[in-house]
Design a protein around this ligand. Structure first.
Ligand SMILES: Cc1cc2nc3c(=O)[nH]c(=O)nc-3n(C[C@H](O)[C@H](O)[C@H](O)COP(=O)(O)OP(=O)(O)OC[C@H]3O[C@@H](n4cnc5c(N)ncnc54)[C@H](O)[C@@H]3O)c2cc1C
Ligand SMILES: *[C@@H]1O[C@H](CO)[C@@H](O)[C@H](O)[C@H]1NC(C)=O
Ligand SMILES: *[C@@H]1O[C@H](CO)[C@@H](O)[C@H](O)[C@H]1NC(C)=O
Ligand SMILES: *[C@@H]1O[C@H](CO)[C@@H](O)[C@H](O)[C@H]1NC(C)=O
Length: 586
């Protein structure tokens, strides 16, 4: 309307188009804000960065507050606690898959850490750094590097906030030192929790290394209150040398265990249907070793929306035609393209000329350039941006103890031998990423040294649509969780993965004691956090089609998709598994 009047003059048309583009550019920044409110900061809905929770429910909140200092944070928590309101912390991007961020009901309060994004102090001599909890991993890495310091291990995606990644126990890959979980490098934390009237309904607790409560606060699922500030113990900045070596996966079960001990930053990308394993040989080197390598992981780059739509349409077609060969062919292409592109590594920030890639740790440890796609018109975006037709997936991520990981790998290999094309679908999503994690003293941290497996795969926009070979992926999920007692990543996974999980944490009782002390009325808890903490039933819900999205494990055919030929059956190798298998002669 606005510009139809101007179409008479070509000059003006051009101008108004520019204006139009300009307006879009300033009015939406990529990615989208997870909180949307119908009137200023109130009557809000909240989502994650994928635009969908595992059960696809829409979460609501009465309003959102944006503290800019710890003092403001204290008064916000105090007012809400006095009014006995439910609260949840929301971050700038909200990258967790499960419904951790949702307050119960419709009138809860969201407290955003968007403006709690400052680096407060760097003590180069003590090698410590204090940040506000909304600081992103990227900021932390950059600011530390400017002071000649480094967080030795971190997630590979830098869009996470410190509060969020600690809250869910996020990690990189290492069996060395204290291991790869970021929370194991925390030496001090300030956390704002509800309090009684005498204390003004909110108080700041300062936790030092010697305080046992810190073991609860390090990985808290957000239920203890709002983490305001965190101090990390860092190391002097160093250089690394990275080479990828591709091998046959026949001996992966043995190799996986020794490999992690041999190389400080080891990880493995496993392509089970192609029977290949890509070993990342990655170690510290002397800082006079030459090289200025850079990691800009290809799948985390801004991608053309048109290309993403094409890929998604292809995948949807393959699903509807049950074209396993098409997926396997596609997987080969994806894998060889990634290999040729050295997974986004370059030797000098511009081109890849060969391994090893040597460079400073801060330029190699993490990436995520799609976060600053300049194209606000959505010509390019992060591949999973819900505003475009792009990736839409499930992510199953769990750690399997080193003592049983060989058997687990062999179980997966047995399934591949029975159904060779079954796992091509997940190879389209960069295969199974295997990373090393160490036992942690955090109450909700890893219980033993383990390998974390990240599996990403197609999710239909239609919750009632079964997936190609979904029985095999479900069987793998159940083998890991129930045969080997794997621990699901708190910030990923479908709901079923959390069923009974709290029983696998030997210090769960201590965690709950701290929770009762910090927030006795459970203002920071929700139905979902109560369920995963074992305080309430209902992690899984039985209803028609529930197993298709992992809201349950099937026990009757109706939980699958009987009209489409998918019935509830035992696993092929693990009899205790119950999976939705395609049982049809056509
Ligand atoms: C592309 C991508 C790559 C990833 N890579 C990795 C990886 O390499 N390794 C890995 O381990 N994980 C990885 N993850 C998962 C990620 O670690 C978790 O999803 C992480 O929790 C998200 O952090 P966030 O800042 O988005 O927090 P959110 O998802 O917004 O929040 C997580 C929880 O923490 C709570 N919370 C947040 N801030 C605070 C605070 N200040 N005080 C109290 N509670 C708070 C929230 O209420 C919520 O309960 C990846 C995710 C994505 C999308
Ligand atoms: C809240 O927002 C919803 C849409 O998200 C709208 O239907 C409803 O009327 C709004 N309520 C109030 C009180 O503004
Ligand atoms: C903090 O976040 C705000 C809002 O996203 C941004 O404008 C500001 O530049 C950020 N500050 C720092 C120090 O990054
Ligand atoms: C790097 O520095 C060390 C001393 O820190 C020295 O022994 C070594 O020879 C140097 N290497 C190169 C390649 O310059």
């Amino acid at each position: 309307m606005l510009y139809s009047k101007r179409t008479k003059s070509p000059g003006l048309l051009l101008q108004s188009k520019c204006l139009f583009l300009f307006v879009i550019m300033v009015s939406c920044t990529p990615p989208e804000e997870p909180v949307k409110c119908s009137s200023k900061d109130s009557n809000c809905t909240i989502s994650n960065s994928y635009g969908s929770f595992p059960d696809r429910k829409i979460c609501r909140a009465g309003n959102v507050a944006y503290p800019t200092t710890e003092n403001e944070l204290v008064s916000i928590v105090s007012a809400a606690a006095e009014a006995k309101r439910k609260m949840k912390v929301v971050t700038r991007f909200s990258h967790s898959i499960p419904k951790l961020v949702c307050p119960d009901g419709e009138d809860g309060l969201l407290i955003s850490t968007k403006y709690l994004n400052h680096t407060l102090k760097i003590d180069a001599a003590a090698m410590t750094m204090t940040v506000e909890s909304g600081v992103t991993l990227r900021q932390l890495i950059n600011d530390a590097a400017k002071a000649g310091l480094a967080l030795p291990y971190a997630p590979y995606w830098w869009g996470l906030t410190i509060g969020g990644l600690l809250g869910t126990g996020a990690h990189g890959s290492s069996l060395w030192g204290k291991g790869s979980s970021v929370h194991d490098y925390v030496v001090e934390m300030r956390i704002v929790s509800p309090a009684g009237a005498k204390e003004g309904y909110a108080k700041v607790r300062v936790l030092h290394e010697r305080d046992k409560d810190l073991e609860a606060a390090k990985v808290s699922l957000g239920v203890l209150g709002v983490i305001s500030q965190v101090t990390f113990k860092l190391q002097p900045l160093f250089k690394r040398s990275i080479s990828y070596v591709t091998q046959d996966d026949a001996d992966l079960g043995d190799e996986a265990i020794t490999f992690g001990k041999q190389h400080e930053f080891a990880d493995i990308i496993w392509y089970p249907s192609q029977r290949k394993a890509v070993y990342r040989i990655d170690d510290r080197v002397s800082s006079n070793a030459s090289g200025n390598g850079l990691y800009d992981f290809t799948p985390f780059r801004s991608t053309l929306s048109l290309a993403l739509a094409f890929i998604r349409t292809t995948e949807e077609t393959q699903e509807s035609l049950r074209d396993a060969d098409g997926k396997c062919l596609g997987a080969k292409l994806v894998v060889s393209t990634l290999q040729t592109a050295a997974y986004g590594l370059t030797n000098n920030g511009i081109i890849f000329t060969g391994y090893p890639v040597i460079g400073f740790h801060n330029r190699l440890q993490s990436s995520g350039t799609c976060l600053d796609s300049p194209e606000d018109s959505l010509i390019t975006a992060c591949p999973w941006d819900p505003r475009i037709k792009g990736e839409f997936f499930h992510q199953t991520a769990f750690s399997v103890g080193l003592s049983v990981v060989k058997s687990f790998i062999q179980d997966v290999q047995k399934l591949v031998a029975l159904e060779p094309k079954a796992l091509c679908g997940l190879e389209l999503y960069s295969g199974i990423l295997m990373r090393y994690v160490k036992a942690s003293s955090a109450y909700l941290g890893k219980q033993e040294d383990a390998i974390d497996f990240d599996i990403t795969y197609y999710r239909s926009k239609d919750p009632m649509a079964p997936r190609l070979y979904q029985d095999i992926i479900e069987e793998i999920e159940q083998i890991a969780l129930f045969k080997y007692g794997a621990l699901p990543h708190w910030g990923k996974n479908r709901n079923l993965a959390f069923d009974g999980v709290i029983e696998r944490y030997k210090n769960a009782g201590k965690f709950l004691k701290v929770k009762n002390m910090y927030d006795p009325s459970g203002l920071f808890s929700s139905e979902w956090t109560d369920q995963i903490l074992g305080l309430r039933n209902g992690v899984t819900t039985l209803k028609e089609g529930c197993a298709l999205e992992g809201s349950c494990i099937c026990s009757h055919d109706i939980h699958c998709a009987p009209s489409k030929g998918y019935l509830c059956r035992p696993g092929k190798t693990f009899q205790n598994a119950k999976v939705c298998a395609r049982v049809s002669s056509s």
